[in-house]
Write a protein that binds this ligand. Structure first.
Ligand code: UDX
Length: 459
């Protein structure tokens, strides 16, 4: 490499991780070739269009257009750089193991090169993947190919900022020199760089996500106990989070975590442990608590409305969190399906996410006003900013019953009540103690066995 010239890079996979990584490296001054197998995707990218929503990314791609090349040709990408970032999907198989077929495809397509290529794994993979890839490369006579684990820690909706201002960068390598090459790319970011062996680097990613998921399930269980004891989880989280050993993050109680990472990575780690003969008891509970949490809103609705058959429920927010259109593993999907199974009519609204026919039987609305018209209840499922003004006289008058179930504790309970709403959040003292309105049916429950199990085990 010439002194002063930034190392050119190749990225395999033009999905969300690949594009954020490629665009951010281009922003840092690297020439980046991004390769994907889907012709339409490459065509759209060449025309400057992204096929998903991520704040700041479109501007970054446009601003660095001169340094970004998109191609379908694997050889072109491999020849452009020595560091080849692997950003392909590694979805779980039926056994819970990761499907590495797309990683193998990248390796299959690597031409013999004059320079020594180094695969840099960004995708989240089970511990042991690097070792497997290394063994397979040797078996294929490709021991010339190096391997570095460099997991991504990008949260949707803030991925560009996460990349350019990371808490840390993790670099796991078999050969010290290969790790040095990758670590050097991040020097300018002034973040701590954790150098590790490959297996530990792979484990850091899984452990970090499992730990964050544990915090969420923990605070959700505290919220559930708050409801039966008269405490308020928002106050509790504030007081707990000020302990510097605990910190304030990931202590928002709600309808449970979703998304493409936490559910998948928590299961993958549980599976990985059990494949090795270890029962990861705590993580199993974290996953189960999350499943039950998604369904608790149903109990809250039944408490106020009695049987849900024929009731019209407005679901506000479909994405698994705000500022993304991603509905993968979104709590809204479970909630909508359970409501439909109870015989309710479900009208959903999300400012960005498009559910298509993901939940058959659910209708979608173009606005909050349309979703809540004649509704028996409005449920806040995603913390979009525009729902903060939900408790208005106009919305109250548009609804058949002014009932808000706030699955994200987004609203001020007193303000909502002063407008005339019956308000219930998650883990707020008033959730249990507020006076219940008269309903036209007693809260006679006809529950599925899953609901009954939840009821008996936690209430
Ligand atoms: C996460 C990790 O943050 C990221 O580092 C990793 O690389 C991929 O997984 P992401 O899935 O985009 O990122 O979302 P995140 O913002 O972490 O939220 C995950 C889920 O947890 C969301 O459903 C969110 O609503 C929920 N959540 C988060 C809570 O319920 N309470 C909280 O306090 C925080």
């Amino acid at each position: 490499m010439n002194e002063g010239r930034k190392e050119p890079l190749a990225i395999f996979g033009a999905g969300w991780v690949g594009l954020v990584t490629g665009a951010c490296f281009a922003e840092l001054g690297h020439e980046v070739v991004i390769r994907d197998v889907v012709p339409e995707k490459i065509e759209r990218l060449r025309a400057g269009k992204l096929s998903f929503f991520e704040p700041e990314l479109a501007e970054l791609v446009e601003r660095n257009g001169e340094r970004l090349t998109f191609t379908l040709d694997a050889a072109e990408a491999a020849e452009a750089a020595e560091l080849l970032f692997v950003c392909v999907d590694t979805p779980p198989t039926y056994s819970g193991d990761a499907d590495l077929s797309r990683v193998w495809t990248v390796i299959d397509e690597l031409p013999q090169l004059e320079r020594r290529p180094i695969l840099v794994m960004k995708s989240t993979v089970p511990v042991g993947t690097g070792e497997k890839v290394r063994a397979a490369l040797e078996a294929r006579g490709r021991s010339d190919v190096g391997y570095v684990s460099n997991p991504e820690f990008l949260a949707e909706g803030g991925a560009v900022n996460d990349f350019l201002h990371p808490d840390r960068v993790v670099v796991g390598s078999f050969a010290e020199a290969d790790g040095d090459r990758v670590a050097a790319l991040y020097e300018k970011l002034e973040a701590p760089i954790v150098r590790a062996d490959v297996a530990s680097a792979e484990m850091i990613k899984l452990a970090a996500n499992a730990f964050l998921a544990t915090r969420i399930s923990f605070i959700n269980e505290i919220a559930n106990v708050c409801e039966v004891t008269g405490a308020d989880v928002e106050k509790v989280a504030e007081g707990v989070g000020l302990d510097h050993r605990l910190g304030p993050h990931f202590l928002k109680a709600g309808v449970g975590y979703g998304g493409s990472c936490f559910p998948k990575d928590a299961s993958a780690l549980k599976q990985l442990a059990s494949n090795s003969g270890y029962h990861f008891q705590l993580l199993s509970a974290v996953i189960e608590v999350n499943e039950l949490q998604k369904r608790r809103v149903i109990n809250k609705l039944q408490k106020h409305l009695g049987r849900l058959r024929g009731k019209r429920i407005a679901l506000l927010g479909l994405a698994f969190k705000a500022n993304t259109d991603d509905m993968r593993e979104a709590p809204s999907i479970v909630l909508a399906s359970r409501l439909l199974a109870e015989g309710a009519e479900v009208r959903a609204y999300d400012p960005v996410a498009k559910p298509g026919d993901l939940v058959s039987g659910m209708t979608t609305s173009k606005s909050v006003a349309e979703a809540v018209r004649d509704a028996d209840a409005a449920v806040i499922v995603t913390e979009w900013d525009e729902f903060r003004s939900l408790a208005s006289p106009e919305i109250r008058d548009a609804m058949r019953r002014p009932l808000i179930i706030d699955g994200r504790n987004l609203l001020d309970p007193e303000a909502a009540r002063s407008v005339g709403f019956t308000y219930e959040g998650i883990g707020r003292a008033s959730s249990l103690l507020s006076e219940l309105p008269q309903t036209d049916e007693p809260a006679r429950r006809e529950t599925s066995s899953a609901e009954s199990a939840e009821h008996s085990s936690r209430e």
